[in-house]
Design a protein around this ligand. Structure first.
Ligand SMILES: NC(=O)c1ccc[n+]([C@@H]2O[C@H](COP(=O)([O-])OP(=O)(O)OC[C@H]3O[C@@H](n4cnc5c(N)ncnc54)[C@H](O)[C@@H]3O)[C@@H](O)[C@H]2O)c1
Length: 336
C-alpha cells in the first residue's frame, strides 16, 4: 500500500515506517523534525514539513497516490501539555482535523492513528485491570483530551465520509532495535526506561520515582511496557486489516500492550541486572493524576494475529541498554 507516515522520524513512527518498508509497503515520511531525527529514518523517505501545511499534504497525496495515512505526528509530553495546553490541542487536535479534511478532499480514506492509554486516565471506575477498549475514559491531562478528541473526529469522519480507520491506544512504548542501531531519543526525555538508564550511566545524577505507597505489589506504579518492534508489527496488522473505505466503512479501536504490567521498581531492578550497576534513585511524592496501575487487554489486536515478542521487562531493557550504551548522545543531532 502507498502510505504517508506522519511523524515517521520520531521514536515509534520510525520503527513503524521501517517495518512497513520491510513488509513491501511504499512509504513516504512527513516530519517537521521538532522532535524527530534525520538519523532515525532512511533520508530518501523523508519529506521535512509540517502537518499543519495542508497544501503540502495535498501535494504529497497527489504525487504519491497515497492510499493510507499512518498518523504519529503529535506533541507527546504529558507534563508539557499541562503548562502549554494550546500547543497540544493545536498540534494534536486542530492539525489532525486539517489532515482529515485534506485526506477526504484527495480521496485518501484509510487512517491508522496513534492514540494512547492516557485517554483512559484515572479514577475509581478505571481501577479494574486490564483495561478494555470500552473502559471509561477519564483523561487527566490536556494530552489525553487532545488525543480522545481525535478519536471522536475520526469516528465522525467514518460515518460522514466513509473513512476507514484503526485507532491504536498504546501503553508505554519502549525498547530499541535488537542491533542497537535505532532507539529512543526524546528531548527532554520523559519516559522511565531511558531516564533510569541515564541515571545508571551517570548522564543524570539520580532518577526520581513518583511514590512508593501505591496499592501495587511493591508500592511503586505499575505500567504495561510494550516493545517498539511489537508496536511496529501492530501497525502493520492494523493497516493491512483496515476495512475497505466506502459507504459502509468501519474501524476498530485497539489497545496495544502486553497485558502484564511491571512496577517502576521492577524496571529499576531490570536495568541493574542488565547493566551490572546500581541505579541512583530517589523516591519523591506522587504525581497528580497518576493511576496506580495501567495494564492493557490487547485481546482485540491478538484476535487479528498480533503477539508481542518481547514479554519480559528484561528483554525490553536489554535492547534499550544496547542502544543507549552505544549511542550516549542519541542520534547526535541538536533538536529540542
Ligand atoms: N511513546 C509512547 O510511549 C506513546 C504512548 C502512547 C501513544 N503515543 C503516541 O505515539 C505517537 C508517536 O510517539 P513518539 O513517542 O514516537 O513521539 P516522538 O516525539 O518521538 O515522535 C513524534 C514525531 O512527530 C513529529 N511532529 C510533531 N509535530 C509535527 C508536526 N506538526 N508536523 C510534522 N511532524 C511533527 C516530531 O518531529 C516527531 O518526529 C504520538 O502520536 C504519541 O502521542 C506514544
Amino acid at each position: 500500500m502507498k502510505v504517508l507516515v506522519t511523524g515517521g522520524a520520531g521514536f515509534v513512527g520510525s520503527f513503524a515506517a521501517r517495518h512497513l518498508v520491510a513488509s513491501g509497503h511504499d512509504v513516504v515520511v512527513l516530519d517537521n523534525l521538532c522532535q524527530g531525527h534525520r538519523g532515525a529514518i532512511d533520508e530518501r523517505l523523508l519529506v521535512v514539513g509540517d502537518i499543519a501545511d495542508t497544501e503540502l499534504l495535498g501535494n504529497l497525496f497527489e504525487k504519491h497516490q497515497t492510499e493510507a495515512v499512518m498518523h504519529f505526528a503529535a506533541a507527546t509530553s504529558v507534563p508539557e501539555s499541562v503548562v502549554n495546553p494550546g500547543y497540544h490541542y493545536r498540534n494534536n487536535t486542530v492539525n489532525t482535523l486539517g489532515l482529515l479534511e485534506t485526506m477526504i478532499a484527495h480521496d485518501v480514506r484509510k487512517i491508522v492513528f496513534s492514540s494512547t492509554a492516557a485517554t483512559y486516565g484515572s479514577g475509581e471506575a478505571n481501577q479494574v485491570m486490564p483495561l478494555k477498549e470500552d473502559s471509561p475514559k477519564n483523561p487527566v491531562c490536556p494530552y489525553g483530551f487532545s488525543k480522545l478528541a481525535v478519536e471522536w473526529m475520526i469516528q465522525d469522519f467514518c460515518t460522514a465520509h466513509g473513512l476507514s480507520y484503526a485507532i491504536l491506544r498504546y501503553f508505554n512504548a519502549c525498547g530499541a532495535s535488537e542491533d542497537g542501531a535505532f532507539g529512543e531519543d526524546h528531548r527532554p526525555e520523559h519516559h522511565l526506561i531511558p531516564l533510569v538508564i541515564e541515571a545508571v550511566t551517570g548522564k543524570r545524577e539520580v532518577v526520581e520515582l513518583y511514590g512508593d505507597d501505591w496499592d501495587t505489589r511493591d508500592g511503586t506504579c505499575l505500567r504495561d511496557y510494550v516493545h517498539v518492534e511489537d508496536l511496529a508489527l501492530a501497525h502493520q496488522i492494523a493497516l493491512e486489516t483496515c476495512p475497505e473505505p466506502g459507504a459502509n466503512a468501519d474501524g476498530r479501536i485497539m489497545n496495544v500492550g502486553t497485558g502484564t504490567g511491571n512496577t517502576v521498581m521492577e524496571v529499576v531492578r531490570a536495568v541493574e541486572e542488565v547493566s551490572g550497576r546500581k541505579v541512583p534513585y530517589r523516591i519523591v511524592g506522587r504525581r497528580a493524576g497518576d493511576p496506580a496501575s495501567l495494564v492493557a487487554s490487547a485481546d482485540r489486536l491478538m484476535a487479528l494475529g498480533w503477539q508481542p515478542r518481547f514479554v519480559t521487562i528484561e528483554q525490553v531493557v536489554e535492547t534499550a541498554w544496547e542502544w543507549h550504551n552505544s549511542h550516549p548522545d542519541g542520534y547526535g543531532d541538536s533538536i529540542g
